[in-house]
Design a protein around this ligand. Structure first.
Ligand SMILES: C[S@@+](CC[C@H](N)C(=O)[O-])C[C@H]1O[C@@H](n2cnc3c(N)ncnc32)[C@H](O)[C@@H]1O
Length: 445
């Protein structure tokens, strides 16, 4: 069985190529036995692990073995040439960009095999820290067309703009002609954005576009055009009018602050019915469905606390619903996010604190006034805060994470500090990617 040729248009390179130790490609025939944590199939080749993207267990494939899989040299990487015999868990990918686009790398897995693999990612991470016996709740899955937030990359060459996601393991761009994971309203902006960026970007120039589908309309942030002259600003304003975009901002670079360009309508995201106005580009759970699953798991397991600390609180995804049943102290490092939450809280029993929780976690003494803690750090996890919690007497901790590996590391710290990890909820919010989120429930016996 031949692999279908990708239907995407040829893409330019967006940045420098990845450097990896190279060896001359060799063609080989192998059988895939499992799918690894990054979503690549794994086969055995000359006593080494061979990583073959886009394959499933049972696939007999012809591959070009080409390079060490990582800088440490443990394992080899191969390109898939032909599927000689498909494995039992193989399915037809729904998107024509599958195979090249780096956004979804697992559309070729049949639903049950895919769900089992995602749960296995969480189980594997827990097993590696000696917590493999933890009971897992069923996987909660976000459907297609649900992603409310996307970061597109764009590049202009001559009279053409490429706009989409980076290809797998590459800085090349997949020029999107469809995207089954995005909300339709977000995808509908892709073609108009190409037209806009053709007139805004210089030849050879690129930028990122963060698009969020909010209550009130779509919020756009252009990140990267170094400067915007008056004509470009006027084009952005006209684009907002023509396409009904609620808010447009511009940010000169990744670390810069965003500057409002057009604000046609108020935008908001509601947590437990409370509208919060996110600052441009603010963190938001990727889908309303995923957010609902995470919030439900937190609320179902928080117990009946009087005082809760919500650490890494963002805009208040957990803090606001928690504040309807307890006094909540929300701690977060990002000032604009906290300002947005503060502005919205009204009569809720919710206090906020800006604090770097990596450098300056809440100490055991500070934690003593809470009878429950929720923490939801970025992918790096919350090593220092977990250490402080391990030395505290807080009876109940609910940890939310987008990275099973750092979640497991922090869970081990809590368990070593005397907590019992009673259950874990896997949440699949990034459909067809190698990402999976978790909620873990810890209590002191
Ligand atoms: C995964 S998000 C979760 C946000 C929120 N709980 C939610 O669900 O929407 C992680 C949050 O941690 C914040 N953050 C990142 N590094 C931090 C640090 N060192 N100290 C405090 N907050 C940090 C980010 O600004 C972001 O809001």
């Amino acid at each position: 069985m031949k692999r279908p040729a990708p239907k995407h248009r040829p893409s330019p390179r967006n940045g420098e190529p990845r450097t990896a130790p190279r060896v001359a490609p060799r063609v080989a025939e192998v059988i895939v036995t499992e799918v690894g944590a990054r979503g690549d199939g794994i086969a055995s080749f000359e006593d080494a692990k061979l990583f073959v993207p886009l394959t499933v267990p049972g696939d007999r494939v012809r591959v070009a073995v080409k390079e060490a899989a990582n800088a440490k040299g443990d394992g080899l990487r191969a390109d898939l040439l032909d599927i000689l015999e498909p494995g039992p868990g193989r399915a037809a990918p729904p998107c024509s960009h599958f195979g090249t686009c780096g956004g979804c790398t697992l559309q070729h897995m049949e639903d049950a095999a895919y769900a089992a693999w995602k749960v296995g990612l969480v189980q594997g991470a827990l097993a590696r820290v000696g917590l493999g016996d933890t009971p897992l709740e069923p996987l909660s899955q976000t459907p297609p067309a649900a992603r409310r937030r996307a970061r597109f990359a764009a590049l202009k060459r001559g009279r053409r703009v490429w706009l989409g996601f980076n290809e797998r393991m590459s800085h090349r761009l997949t020029d999107l002609t469809e995207c089954p994971v995005l909300r339709p309203g977000l995808f509908a902006l892709v073609e108009p954005l190409r037209g806009l960026l053709l007139s805004v970007l210089p030849d050879g120039g690129g930028c990122d576009v963060i698009a969020t589908d909010l209550e009130g309309g779509i919020d756009l942030v252009l990140v990267g055009p170094r400067s915007l002259d008056r004509a470009a600003r006027e084009r952005l304003v006209a684009f907002g009018e023509a396409e009904g975009v609620a808010r447009i901002s511009w940010q000169a670079d990744e670390r810069g602050t965003s500057e409002p360009i057009a604000h046609r309508r108020p935008v908001a995201v509601s947590f437990a019915g409370l509208p919060v106005t996110p600052p441009p580009g603010a963190f938001l759970q990727a889908s309303a469905e995923g957010e609902a699953a995470l919030v439900a798991a937190v609320l179902a397991n928080i117990g009946e606390p009087k005082r809760v600390a919500d650490l890494f609180a963002g805009l208040g995804t957990f803090a606001v619903p928690l504040a309807q049943r307890a006094a909540v102290h929300a701690v977060e490092g990002d000032a604009p996010a906290l300002a947005a939450l503060n502005k919205a809280v009204g009569a809720l029993r919710l206090t906020t604190e800006r604090r770097d929780l990596f450098e300056n976690p809440l100490t055991a003494k500070e934690l003593a006034r809470f009878d429950a803690v929720v923490f939801d750090p970025p992918r790096a996890g919350a090593a220092a805060q977990a250490q402080a919690l391990a030395g505290s007497k807080v009876p109940r901790v609910v940890a939310v994470s987008c990275n099973p590996a750092t979640f497991a590391r922090d869970a081990r710290t809590l368990v070593d500090g005397g907590y019992v990890l009673s259950r874990v909820y896997p949440v699949d919010q990034f459909l067809w990617s190698a990402h999976v989120e978790v909620v873990g429930v810890f209590s002191r016996p």
